[in-house]
Write a protein of this length. Sequence first.
Length: 200
Amino acid sequence: MTDHTGRAGLEKDELCAVAGEFEEARHEIVGSYTTNSLPDLVTASHHLAALTGLVKDLSDEVLFRVTDNDPGLDFGPVIAAYTGASAPAGRAVTNYTEAFEQLGFLRQHAEAPASADLHGARQAAFDVVQDRLDLTVDSLQEAFVALRHAADRIDGTPPRVLAALSRSARPANSIYRVPAELPATEPIRLAYMPVSRHAR
């Protein structure tokens, strides 16, 4: 039987590491704009690439565990954590993409002749970028918190202890499977049975 000692701890550490990537991305974006300024397109391009990379990381983490057929491990709680984080991660990408589009508009018309219509369009684009960046930051925070909470909930009770617990006492958020109980068998019969004296 494979020794799974410490696997729960490794899964916790990996969840925390991925959560840290979301927090790092959030920190980078927060520092790139203020109420009066926006990130340039070079910075925004790096941010968008990082965000799409986070979504790919989540799908890779899920794929790795879905294809693991180890009968002693149940990655259900871990997979649920990564798939749950994919929703706010996707919203972060969507919102940043919309901001990215407006940044492109602002760059395209940066040197255009001033007019009342263009001024209004620029202000509208600026406001959209601000709003979408704020929403992106919120979504990244949501994903970070969800992954950290999921890591805290993963149970590390050793498999041998789980096997000794009653069904009602076993934690539902453990990645360890309880070994299957052997089916009841008929009493073993000897191949040779002496003839009874009364049968003679």
